[in-house]
Design a protein around this ligand. Structure first.
Ligand code: 5RP
Length: 225
């Protein structure tokens, strides 16, 4: 059973005619976008999508999903996205696919956010998954040095050819290998204050519904945010 496909298709049930829908990024969101394309083409669903990466934009365009940019819409009704880790109290790490900057902007302008994951993403405490930071190129070695001094075990994300990975905004990604994040809110505030970090992958108090795929089916968990 493909758990990512199962939750992706399930999430499409939340989409109704005339909604403005945030389209997430990653291998799980891929199946949601694919199902939306099917519903539009085969069942006449009418929606407008707002994408969270160049990759998702390409996929949505190929499927014929009508799109607007985040700046062209007043608000997004519902965003469906993946996640890299979700703790029991609904805090999350995103950015494994390096799209967390656009994803956070889209989430911030969404009335409701749904995350779709397989059960391997559910954790007691965040931090085993390296925390992604999008950093501008200028001064990035200095930001790296400061993060190293803080003991955050940073690494620049690399492409296959060994050069630094580039985001859709042409920035670098630094991953922090923290192991356990004892206080996600304090860390988020600290990273928010650091010049040169455009955005970090901590998504705190930002999701209303989590769909978790396992061999038993899809479990729906609702947060109080
Ligand atoms: C991209 C993301 C993705 O949602 C996250 O990495 C999960 O990806 P996948 O569904 O492929 O496991 O945050 O920036």
């Amino acid at each position: 059973m493909n758990l990512k496909k199962m939750v992706g298709i399930k999430a499409a049930e939340y989409i109704k005619n005339d909604m403005i829908v945030g389209l997430g990024t990653g291998s799980t969101a891929y199946f949601f976008v694919e199902e939306l394309g099917r519903l539009i083409n085969e069942e006449g669903l009418r929606i407008i999508g707002v994408t969270t990466s160049d990759r998702t934009q390409e996929q949505a365009l190929a499927l014929g999903i009508p799109l607007k940019s985040v700046d062209e819409v007043a608000q997004i009704d519902l965003t469906v996205d993946g996640a890299d880790e979700i703790s029991n109290d609904f805090q999350g790490i995103k950015g494994g696919g390096a799209a967390h900057l656009y994803e956070k902007i889209v989430a911030n302008h969404s009335k409701k956010v749904v995350w779709i994951v397989d059960q391997s993403k559910m954790v007691e405490q965040l931090g085993a998954f390296p925390l992604p930071l999008e950093v501008i190129k200028y001064g990035s070695q200095q930001v790296f040095r400061i993060l190293e001094e803080k003991g955050y075990k940073p690494t620049f994300r690399k492409q296959a050819d060994g050069t630094n990975y580039l985001t859709d905004e042409n920035n670098y990604i630094i991953d922090l290998h923290l192991g356990v994040i004892e206080n996600p809110h304090a860390l988020a505030e600290e990273l928010d204050r650091m010049t040169g970090i455009v955005e970090h992958g901590l998504f705190l108090n930002r999701v209303q519904t989590v769909l978790i795929g396992s061999e038993k089916g899809v479990e729906v968990r609702e947060s109080t945010f």
